[in-house]
Design a protein around this ligand. Structure first.
Ligand SMILES: C=C(O[C@@H]1C=C(C(=O)O)C=C[C@H]1O)C(=O)O
Length: 287
């Protein structure tokens, strides 16, 4: 029987997905996070890298791979609130329909500051939406990275990624993962690789994914060069962007995930993870 995968194929997953050779009997489709979240939950695919908040919300039905994540400690550069007023004065914020995780993160961050602007779904370029009456716009993924660089760039020999300004032309960019780090001191996990508990992936797929990640991270300059050309961004930007991700769901990532789960979805079911490589079976330890 065929095992069906669903991949969110943003640039941040390229170090795992670009070199991936699917084993026989496994097929794959691609889409944005909200599409892959619903494809997994409705049974159209058997495994997907999904918004971590959906894994938390459906922890009774889903299990996650123990060693795969899209996480960061500090800035992420591609989950951004673009705004024209200070956070405290925001009235209307446009949310992207592509994301479930960043919306949940924004809600937690606003709640922690006692803020409650109106949140509405609206698609389009951040600058256009800001010109059309929104004072905040949440964007994720490749377009958010590009739009961030449009505000913060250009990179010069003297100015590294971390020295770029976070405001220009009246637009401030607030990086939500950086805000999470300021609040908790922990990494933020955007995505995990989840499957329905009764239908775990074949060992050959796991092996292929781990091999692909080794290849991708081992040749990060090549992966970055390819994607920099596609995105129209300098190689140095994409290299820093990709180097900055944490792809192994390590102990600090799980701590951040558990902390987010407690804040965003109190009362959620216990999170379960598949056996770590080399472990015979059963659930891996909780943080
Ligand atoms: C950091 C990002 O991570 C992605 C953001 C997601 C979301 O917001 O729901 C889901 C999967 C992640 O791969 C990004 O694409 O900018």
């Amino acid at each position: 029987m065929t095992y069906r995968a669903g991949w969110i194929h943003y640039t941040n997953v390229a170090p795992i997905l670009d070199p991936l050779v699917l084993p026989p009997g496994v097929t794959a489709i691609t889409g944005v996070p909200t599409e892959m979240n619903s494809a997994l939950l409705s049974g159209r695919v058997d495994i997907a890298n999904i918004s971590a908040v959906e894994f938390i919300r459906h922890a009774d039905r889903l299990e996650a791979l123990p060693d795969f994540s899209v996480a960061v400690l500090g800035a992420v550069y591609s989950v951004n609130l673009f705004h024209t007023r200070p956070l405290e004065d925001l009235r209307r914020v446009a949310l992207t329909a592509q994301s479930s995780m960043s919306v949940a993160l924004l809600e937690v961050l606003l709640r922690e500051r006692g803020l409650s602007p109106r949140l509405e779904r609206a698609e389009g370029e951040a600058e256009e939406l800001l010109a059309s009456g929104y004072d905040g716009v949440l964007r994720i993924g490749d377009s958010a990275l590009r739009e961030w660089y449009g505000v913060a760039g250009p990179l010069t020999p003297e100015r590294s990624m971390t020295a770029l300004p976070n405001a220009a032309r009246g637009i401030t960019v607030t990086d939500l993962a950086q805000e999470w780090f300021a609040l908790t001191g922990h990494p933020f996990v955007f995505a995990v690789w989840a499957y329905r508990k009764e239908n775990p992936p074949p060992a050959a797929l796991l092996q292929a994914m781990r091999e692909a990640r080794r290849q991708g991270l081992g040749h990060l300059a090549d992966v970055s060069a390819r994607h920099a050309a596609k995105l129209g961004l300098p190689e140095r930007v994409v290299q820093h962007y990709l180097w900055n991700f944490r792809y192994h769901l390590e102990a600090p990532d799980r701590l951040g995930l558990a902390e987010f789960a407690a804040l965003a979805e109190p009362g959620h079911a216990r999170l379960s993870f598949g056996p770590r490589p080399g472990e015979p079976s059963g659930l891996a330890a909780q943080p």
